[in-house]
Design a protein around this ligand. Structure first.
Ligand code: SAH
Length: 263
């Protein structure tokens, strides 16, 4: 479906915005860009802002009217920060993305974005079937053009992933995930770690078993909040062993100095 969605930019004045739109599109798996009478294009600033999406700029079509840009599409959606003129039903990009992926798979879609200064005209809005508004602060709801494209494109890509592969949407949360690079440690690894930690804290005279206060329960809560992997526990145990060794060296040294002192 993504390859049948066209992004149409009407009379864009800043070439940098065109480049940033190309990048936003490529990031989100869109490739069909159509420019309606841009002020300056091609332009070095567009290329600079496109970064790795130069191919989208190279393949962009340039036409002189909005009707030309959408003539072969079955469904045209206008984007607008505010409703004006005659009221129209308005939907969010998320609602639109749900709808798009429910349509037959030969439907061609255009999503039209307006001018930086004045958006789309009332007449241009009437060439469209649907109106999309990105929910935003009512005091200041107009996003930068490329950022508006980014939000809409993200919703489309997110929906595409949702339908294709639910797992792709779940971020890695830690060692319990199959893709983590180390196996999770067990609770008995943790118990051995806590015992080692307590011994070390005693050795460095940070802690006494006679007056334990809340130290160990608080340290347990700290480490239990994160799921450690086997490697992380091994590193922490290594640090504890070295700390104990260093502390012993210091106390031996102090002991020797004590005995060296004249009585
Ligand atoms: N001053 C213009 C704002 C244009 S912003 C106006 O009042 O209309 C440039 C384009 O970005 C808009 O035409 C629209 O296509 C898109 N855009 C910006 N903010 C948006 C929002 N909140 N919802 C949908 N599209 C938005």
């Amino acid at each position: 479906m993504l390859e049948r969605i066209r992004i149409v930019l009407v009379n864009t004045s800043h070439p940098g915005n065109i480049g940033a739109v190309a990048r936003a599109m490529k990031n989100m798996g869109l490739s069909d860009l159509c420019l309606v009478a841009p002020d300056r294009f091609p332009h070095p600033e567009a290329e600079w802002r496109a970064s790795g999406a130069q191919d989208i700029l190279d393949a962009a079509s340039v036409v002189s009217t909005m009707q030309e840009a959408v003539s072969d599409c079955h469904l045209v959606a206008a984007t607008s920060a505010r409703s004006r003129g005659m009221p129209w039903p308005v939907e969010t990009p998320r609602q639109f993305a749900r709808a798009v992926f429910s349509w037959r798979d030969d439907v061609r879609v255009a999503i039209v974005f307006g001018r930086e200064q004045s958006g789309l005209s009332n007449e241009e809005l009437t060439y469209c079937n649907r109106h999309l508004a990105i929910p935003a602060n009512p005091e200041y709801s107009a996003l930068n053009l490329a950022m508006a494209v980014q939000v809409v494109a993200y919703e489309l890509y997110h929906r595409h992933l949702e339908l294709r592969d639910d797992d792709a949407l779940v971020p890695l949360s830690g060692p319990l995930d199959p893709a983590w690079d180390q196996p999770p440690c067990t609770q008995s690894d943790m118990e051995r770690f806590y015992a080692h930690l307590e011994d070390t804290l005693v050795d460095i005279e940070f802690h006494t078993r006679e007056r334990p206060r809340q130290l160990m329960p608080r340290l347990r809560r700290l480490f239990q909040r994160v799921q450690l992997d086997e490697n992380e526990v091994a590193i922490l145990r290594g640090i504890l062993s070295h700390t104990q060794k260093a502390a012993r060296g210091r106390y031996v040294h102090r002991f020797q100095t004590d005995t060296d002192e004249p009585t």
